[in-house]
Write a protein that binds this ligand. Structure first.
Ligand SMILES: Cc1cc2nc3c(=O)[nH]c(=O)nc-3n(C[C@H](O)[C@H](O)[C@H](O)COP(=O)(O)OP(=O)(O)OC[C@H]3O[C@@H](n4cnc5c(N)ncnc54)[C@H](O)[C@@H]3O)c2cc1C
Length: 355
């Protein structure tokens, strides 16, 4: 038996399992999935978990069951490419014949002093739970500063406003407009929504330091009972420590077949991979589908295509509380209730197909 080891049962890892397991897995291949959590976590919903508008159980999906799927729960501490082994914190190392690294990403603090120590996060389920507790234990009138108004900062600010209208939410962003990756029309729609809901937006900000209870914008202190950091991501520490070629964001550079240039048995999926689009769950899933095609071809000694088709992305949808939303679908901006309904529908479908 050959062992395919998948590190991380996130969006990328889970899609690989979903495609291989029902009928596609060759008889001589078994799979070992390694993750620190005993279920697949819906990371795209962490903003709502942190705000306190959904329960913990709502963001969990059980991993699939299969006679040739072995699931190991544990913390990956090192990937040793020379030994073909993955080291775990409290278990024996696991050997692989093929490896898929899908360990996701972590916050990036851009060397802002105090940011790592004094801000809360929504990048992992453990940290989102801590953020939930901190935010929801705040007394009325407390100030919550959210740094970074990309998709996750905007979703957290609006959801928190809905969950705790008694708090003062401030949203800090570097640009002239929030949601810099979106057309200005959408950013303006969302800015107006925040204006109408008493969320303060501080544009052109530059956070220079964070201390307990204080955020410094351009060195000016701003009293903040809690600061949540949503201002940048970087690949998982395990990947950052690997001695392989990376792009400027620290993501691993891959061949067109999604494996390491020097090793056709090691693939990288999702937020850790250098791809021509910004990281997203959708991208991780699209890439996972291509990795499955390549794995099957290699296992069956079939010829590989020189290039793979471009991964098609359908668009992005963001929520503004439970009733409004915004997004780009097939490059067309949409706003309001329809956008929110679409987002809820996609989540429902995802859970239906994976649960
Ligand atoms: C608030 C928020 C909203 C978002 N909204 C959207 C959206 O609307 N649409 C969209 O497409 N994307 C969205 N994203 C981005 C999306 O969640 C990520 O791009 C996606 O999760 C990446 O998938 P992945 O498989 O690379 O990693 P992940 O889904 O993050 O999975 C990584 C897995 O690795 C495990 N893991 C990590 N380190 C270790 C370790 N050392 N040992 C063992 N296990 C480990 C984790 O437990 C996890 O299961 C959002 C992100 C956030 C934070």
């Amino acid at each position: 038996m050959k062992n395919l080891v998948i590190l991380g049962g996130g969006y990328g890892g889970m899609r690989i399992l979903a495609r291989l397991l029902p009928n596609e897995l060759p008889e001589d291949i078994s799979i070992t999935l390694i993750d620190r959590t005993p279920y697949h976590c819906l990371k795209t919903e962490y903003y709502a978990l942190a705000a306190g508008t959904i329960s913990d159980q709502h963001v969990r999906v059980p991993f699939p069951e299969h006679s040739r799927l072995n699931i190991k729960y544990g913390e990956v501490t090192e990937i040793n490419l020379k030994e073909n082994k993955v080291y775990l914190k409290e278990n024996e190392p696991v050997s692989y014949d093929d490896l898929v690294i899908g360990l996701g990403c972590e916050d990036k603090y851009h060397n802002v002093p105090g940011a790592k120590e004094f801000t809360y996060s929504i990048q992992s389920i453990e940290k989102s739970r801590q953020t939930y507790q901190a935010l929801n234990n705040l007394p009325p009138g407390s100030v919550v500063s959210i740094v970074g108004a990309g998709l996750s900062g905007v979703e957290l600010a609006s959801e928190l406003n809905e969950s705790r209208p008694d708090l003062k939410v401030k949203l800090f962003d570097r640009g002239n407009h929030i949601l810099s990756a979106f057309p200005v029309r959408l950013s303006t729609y969302v800015e107006n929504w925040f204006d109408n809901h008493n969320v303060e937006i501080i544009n052109n900000s530059n956070i220079t330091r964070v201390e307990e209870g204080t955020l410094y914008n351009h060195h000016e202190p701003i009293q903040s009972d809690i600061v949540v950091w949503t201002a940048g991501i970087q690949p998982n520490k395990i990947v950052r420590e690997m001695d392989v070629e990376k792009d400027r964001q620290g993501r691993i550079i891959l061949t067109p077949h999604h494996n390491l240039p020097e090793n056709e048995h090691v693939y990288v999926v999702g937020d850790c991979a250098s791809l021509p689009h910004a990281p997203s769950a959708q991208l991780a899933e699209g890439q996972a589908e291509q990795i499955v095609d390549i794995l099957l071809k290699r296992w069956n000694n079939q010829e590989l295509p020189e290039q793979l088709p471009t991964i098609k992305l359908k668009g992005v949808l963001g929520s503004l509380g439970k009733k409004h939303g915004f997004g780009l679908v097939a490059d067309r901006p949409i706003t309001g209730r329809v956008a929110r309904l679409l987002k809820s529908g996609i989540l429902w479908m995802y859970k239906y197909h994976n649960g």
